[in-house]
Write a protein that binds this ligand. Structure first.
Ligand code: BGC
Length: 454
């Protein structure tokens, strides 16, 4: 049985029906404001047009390179589109050293170009002409398919000299500086766009793409007449365009203050990008573990967990060591654990605190804390998804999803569905589908569709 006091501790994370409805209304309003030219500058859900106007048909063919920057790893991929909704992907993961994440931007792009060159050499393609799709998962103003001006860094990146610059040009210049491969940057896209495209490749009804990973964001297909910022010449021939919502920034105008907790404020205050990406800080993998860590500290202070142990102050100092000690993946492992053995939970507690055998009660308390933090994240994501699904003109809407939190948390999908059921309009038929490598396959598809359009 859970202590009433533990329930009370977690109460601020439990969203009431009223709060869910209210967040939903405020979110929908921000999307509308982001799309309109007159309100766009003040809006915090920016709704940037991506210039991706054609969804794949499934019969795309050819070899494409893809780069994926913006999660925990940086990847280079070779994607072979084979027609018949089929593709194969060969990829290599490279580390982005911490100092490159916050160093001069030119160094970051030189590192990327270096990895690209190694990859091409390894695949014996140094002399081949290769079109490249660049999945760059940060907020960008796109001026066309190939140009993306970085608005701000997120997710712990902070390289000097890139904000306000065209990242397509920076990558192109880094490739040119080396001069050892014939690679053309043909498209820049967000990971959400990649997710939508890769799901649409297999299911033609996909209209929304969502990432809940290190960061959190979504894109969707919008009618061109609603997208004021799309250049007029792009409205003549096509009816719709993918819009990158950049919903991570939702709440920066105070819209979420009525649901944010003291823990959310602390996460924000200690972050590299203070007052920014407030919705992201309640939903994304980069922050969920930290939220649990802060709640645990409070639980220790109030003697709500590890009550029997005199080592509580020692446990608290472990948690105070740094913001990453309680990893987000622990949340998934703990929620996946079975009662009353709690094998994974006990292992986590043992590794963190050196506590040999946590009691069943402690494990249950820890699990409840994780559950409340994850469920709130899933509910908020589903509020956003409902807003976008309800905006699309299709009756049947598939939501393509990806990201480590969604993929590995055992109940994230189920939590989301509970809220979607409440908020998606009754005349819509919806479902969620897991994306298959959106950042790679999706990038290749955008590149392929771009070449086709030409
Ligand atoms: C970025 C988005 C991205 C998301 C998921 C956010 O921090 O602003 O562009 O889609 O992370 O990777």
């Amino acid at each position: 049985m859970l202590d009433a006091e533990v329930r009370e501790l977690m109460q601020p994370f439990v969203l009431s029906d009223y709060q869910v409805q209210e967040v939903y209304s405020r979110f929908c309003l921000e999307v509308a404001r982001g799309l309109k030219r007159s309100t766009h500058p003040q809006a915090n859900v920016k709704c940037f047009p991506t210039y991706v106007q054609d969804l794949p048909t499934g019969d795309e063919m050819g070899k494409y390179l893809a780069l994926d920057l913006g999660g925990t790893n940086f990847r280079v991929l070779l994607v072979s589109l084979k027609g018949h909704h089929d593709a194969t992907v060969d990829s290599q993961i490279y580390a982005v050293p911490k100092d490159l994440m916050v160093g001069p931007g030119v160094d970051l792009f030189d590192h990327i170009a270096g990895c690209l060159a190694k990859f091409v050499e390894k695949h014996d393609m140094k002399t081949a002409y290769l079109p490249l799709g660049f999945t760059f998962s940060f907020p960008c103003v796109q001026l066309g398919l190939k140009e993306g001006i970085l608005v701000r860094w997120t997710k712990g990146f902070d390289c000097a000299g890139v904000e306000g610059e065209d990242v397509g040009r920076m990558l192109h210049e880094a490739i040119q500086r080396r001069g050892d491969a014939d690679i053309a940057v043909v498209a820049i896209l967000n990971d959400t766009t990649g997710t939508l495209m890769s799901c649409a490749h297999r299911n033609a009804d996909c209209r929304v793409g969502v990432i809940v990973g290190t960061g959190c964001n979504a894109c969707y297909v919008e009618d061109v007449e609603n997208v004021d910022l799309l250049r007029a010449d792009f409205k003549k021939t096509k009816r719709s365009v993918i819009v990158n919502a950049e919903w991570g920034a939702f709440g920066e105008g105070g819209q979420l203050d009525f649901v944010r907790t003291e823990y959310d404020r602390e996460v924000d205050e200690k972050s590299l990008n203070r007052s920014e990406q407030l919705f992201e800080k309640m939903t994304a993998g980069m922050y969920l573990g930290n939220l649990v860590r802060l709640v645990l500290l409070r639980a220790l202070e109030r003697k709500l967990i590890f009550k029997q142990s005199s080592r509580r102050p020692e446990f608290a100092s472990v948690l105070q060591r740094n913001e990453e000690v309680f990893e987000t993946r622990y949340i998934s492992e703990i929620e996946d654990d079975s009662f009353p053995e709690f094998a994974s939970t006990r292992k986590i507690v043992r590794n963190l605190f050196g506590l040999e055998k946590a009691s069943v009660e402690d494990c249950q308390t820890l699990r409840y804390i994780c559950e409340c933090v994850a469920k709130r994240a899933a509910t908020l994501v589903a509020i956003g998804v409902s807003g976008l699904v309800n905006r699309t003109s299709n009756r049947r809407v598939i939501v393509g999803m990806d990201g480590s939190v969604y993929r590995y948390h055992p109940k994230f999908d189920a939590y989301m569905r509970q809220t979607l059921q409440k908020l998606v309009k009754a005349d819509k038929e919806w479902d969620i589908m897991l994306s298959e490598d959106g950042s790679g396959r999706g990038a290749a598809l955008v590149a392929a569709v771009a070449s086709k359009t030409k």
